[in-house]
Design a protein around this ligand. Structure first.
Ligand SMILES: NC(=O)c1ccc[n+]([C@@H]2O[C@H](COP(=O)([O-])OP(=O)(O)OC[C@H]3O[C@@H](n4cnc5c(N)ncnc54)[C@H](OP(=O)(O)O)[C@@H]3O)[C@@H](O)[C@H]2O)c1
Length: 317
């Protein structure tokens, strides 16, 4: 199989030349990525197939090695693999290194002409049996967040102020990305305060012009954006992710929740009721996926078919 050419560009059913990519997660059955990515793949006319593979964390190293051995194009990683993967890939892209998490892996081989590492998805032919294949980790979550904030809230961070609630993997990446994009001041709130202090310190070292504060803004102080990056709101009956006595919805003009299922969390409902413009995390999911497919294919990706498939999968419309 190693030297088969990609002879069937748009196969209606997978065949021997079909290239594979996947999302690894645990659990992963809820994932909307296969619907979204297969729509993008179809729109590009590629004979590729995107699967969802339930991968217990202890098996992540062997699952990545297996994908490389089978010449997968790449994989996306979701909970709980994003930080574990830092120890499982051969090369970490600088952005993923900075954010401390990997959500996209591209399998690459050495191009015999240029001597550069090239994505397997960009090759016309499968690499030869003895070609080296390496796993390279990327992070597209920061890009996805920025694109969603811009598209849905018409907001860019330069010179602005924000409250970040939740500094798990996604929240930390969000804080570092906002700082990189020129935020003026970031208030950081997290149940485990130590993690909030760690993020503030990382921002201070890397972006010394960005002001950070642990906790909520003073009563009456206005901010531009409140961002929920906790997992509170995913389950019915979850409490609010923030202390409503410490921060009034009226103190912000925009609110973003990384959660997209349910479409409107209690956090977003409360903000909306106070006249705040809101957006959920589905746009972030879309744009991180678009970027991943671009990384694998090395070409621009049609966004609208991916958006349509994603919204249909998540919301049924
Ligand atoms: N839309 C997208 O594309 C996208 C991408 C990535 C993530 N997300 C969403 O973002 C959220 C966070 O994901 P993650 O990967 O960062 O998860 P994570 O690493 O597990 O972090 C969870 C965060 O929620 C906080 N938290 C959990 N339970 C809490 C509770 N009972 N009270 C107060 N705080 C609590 C944690 O605080 P501690 O630090 O104190 O534990 C931490 O800040 C999830 O809802 C995830 O679905 C969305």
């Amino acid at each position: 199989m190693s030297s088969d050419s990609v002879s069937n560009p748009v196969a209606s059913v997978p065949d021997a030349s079909t290239r594979i990519c996947a999302v690894y997660g645990f659990p992963v059955r809820h994932s909307a990525s296969p619907a979204m990515q297969n729509a993008g793949i179809a729109a590009l006319g590629l004979n590729w197939l995107y699967l969802a593979c339930e991968t217990p964390p202890q098996h992540l190293p062997v699952a990545l090695d297996g994908a490389a051995a089978m010449r997968f194009v790449g994989v996306n990683l979701t909970v709980p693999h994003k930080t574990l993967a830092l120890d499982c890939v051969d090369y970490i892209d600088p952005e993923a290194q900075r954010l401390g998490a990997i959500n996209t892996v591209r399998f690459e081989t050495l191009d015999s002409v240029s001597g550069d590492w090239v994505g397997l998805g960009q090759l016309e032919r499968w690499p030869e049996d003895d070609s080296p294949v390496r796993a390279r980790g990327f992070n597209t979550d920061g890009f996805g967040l920025m694109k969603a904030l811009e598209e849905e809230l018409n907001w860019t961070p330069t010179g602005q102020t924000a409250v970040l609630i939740g500094v798990g993997g996604a929240g930390r990446a969000a804080g570092l990305t906002l700082a990189k994009e020129g935020l003026k001041r970031l208030y950081i709130v997290n149940r485990t305060e130590e993690k909030a202090r760690d993020l503030a310190e990382s921002i201070r070292l890397e972006f010394p012009l960005v002001e950070t504060a642990i906790g909520y803004p003073e009563p009456g102080n206005q901010v531009d954006l409140v961002l929920n990056a906790t997992s509170l709101g995913l389950k019915a009956g979850d409490p609010m992710p923030w202390d409503a006595s410490a921060l009034k919805p009226e103190q912000t003009r925009l609110a973003f929740d990384m959660i997209y299922r349910p479409a409107e969390t209690l956090f977003l409902k409360s903000m909306k009721a106070a006249g705040v413009k809101t957006a959920n995390g589905v746009g972030m999911l879309l744009w991180q996926g678009v970027k991943a497919l671009e990384i694998w294919t090395g070409q621009p990706v049609p966004v609208e078919p991916m958006r349509t498939a994603l919204l249909k999968n998540v919301y049924g419309s």
